[in-house]
Design a protein around this ligand. Structure first.
Ligand code: PLP
Length: 393
């Protein structure tokens, strides 16, 4: 018997535990201080009324013999897959319901999708990055090549003549950098993938934050993407589902490798290893896509984006370089005075009682950068920016 030794290669994730430790120590030493957290990657606003109402109704259905539901289709109820297709149609993307798979969130699907690929594939992952892409590939023993995000490319890396690999991860709007690819840039990635039969794993978890209509909210808005891309999305940030859990993955029928449709492999994978998302949750998710639901979540997204623009305006006034802040809930800034990520963390905590996330936790290229998020409440964001303005001049 041998364990999967790849797990021992994983780096321990010290980031959030070290942040918690430092904040606790600071609070103990400074009990009078009001600590503001601008590091959270979780939403703070509650489920919208349309969702709550739909879920209450679904609970009642589950409590009555006539309307009770047992196991559903593993890939999701038809009503929700249709709602997702209708949502994409408004973006100009035509999908068939059999191309949409409902899941308990993007994180599971992003990890599980690796089941359908040979472990000998080389994977290209941008640095800095959402750590799940890296760790799931390390667990599977896959070879990883990093592609550099940096100030020169505005943290939007593109392939050059030397970029070779079989699978590439793209996240736009990006976590942690908040950067968003324009259509022409995504077209470069799509052409790159088509030329070498590679596959793009496109993470659109933050698509709903895109307000600029010229920016792509789905990889399938790019010609050719149906032949080379899989898209993962989530209602976590879209509609406050981080604790409710629902997402979806889109695999077009044209995506065929070695004469095998990947949609078919994923269907087989899901029907074997997954038993679907609760009916009650899927009814709540369906409500997100109704007119009332859409209007209600739009208000929440605008609230978060309002926070983001307050942060972005402050950084602009202070002459601090950053990406994100518009079309994204993340702001990724260059630490002032050439401080390292952790030096700036300590500086903000000790001088302003503000907690953010050191960029170094998202990859080597994150060193010297810092992530702030817009998921806090308005009063705290305004107060935090006042404190920062007083300290950094
Ligand atoms: N993708 C990115 C880039 C994320 O930042 C997150 C969550 O923070 C996820 C996926 C996972 O979302 P979910 O809650 O749907 O699992």
């Amino acid at each position: 018997m041998k364990i999967n030794y790849n797990f021992l290669v994983l780096k321990d994730s010290y980031l959030f535990s070290l942040i918690a430790k430092k904040v606790n120590e600071y609070k103990q030493q400074n009990p009078e201080k009001d600590v503001i957290r601008l590091g959270i990657g979780d939403v703070t606003l509650p489920l919208v009324p349309a969702v709550v109402e739909a879920m209450h109704k679904a609970v009642s259905e589950m409590g009555s013999a006539d309307t009770f539901k047992g196991y559903g289709e593993e890939q999701g109820y038809g009503f929700l897959r249709q709602a997702v297709c209708d949502y994409y149609a408004k973006k100009g993307v035509k999908l068939d319901t059999s191309e949409v798979f409902i899941s308990d969130g993007a994180k599971s699907d992003i990890g599980n999708i690796l089941d359908i690929f040979d472990s000998a594939n080389t994977v290209i992952i941008p640095d800095p990055v959402y750590p799940v892409y890296v760790d799931t590939n390390i667990m599977a023993g896959r070879k990883i090549k990093f592609i550099n995000g940096n100030k020169e490319n505005n943290f939007l890396p593109l392939p050059d003549g030397k970029t070779e690999g079989d699978i590439v991860y793209i996240c736009s709007p990006n976590n942690p950098t908040g950067a968003v690819y324009i259509k022409e840039q995504l077209k470069i990635w799509v052409d790159w993938a088509l030329e070498r039969d590679a596959v793009i794993l496109f993470d659109s978890a933050y698509e709903v934050f895109i307000k600029d209509e010229s920016l792509p909210t789905s990889i399938f808005q790019i010609p050719g993407a149906r032949n080379c891309a899989i898209e993962f999305c989530s209602l976590s940030k879209t509609a406050g589902f981080t604790g409710t859990r629902c997402g979806y993955t889109v695999i077009p029928h044209e995506l065929v490798r070695d004469k095998v449709p990947l949609n078919k492999l994923w269907l087989r994978r899901q029907t074997t290893k997954f038993n679907g998302v609760p009916y009650i949750v899927q009814r709540g998710a369906e409500a997100v896509f109704t007119e009332a639901g859409m209007n209600q979540i739009k208000e929440q997204i605008n609230y978060y984006l309002g926070n983001a623009s307050i942060i972005a305006d402050t950084l602009t006034d202070l002459g601090i370089w950053f990406t994100g802040g518009t079309n994204s809930p993340y702001i990724w800034l260059k630490c002032p005075n050439n401080m390292s990520s952790w030096e700036f963390f300590d500086f903000l905590l000790n001088n302003c009682s503000i907690v953010g996330t050191p960029g170094a936790g998202f990859g080597d290229n994150g060193e010297g950068y810092f992530r702030l998020t817009a998921f806090g409440n308005r009063k705290n964001v305004v107060e935090a920016m006042d404190r920062i303005k007083m300290m950094i001049i």
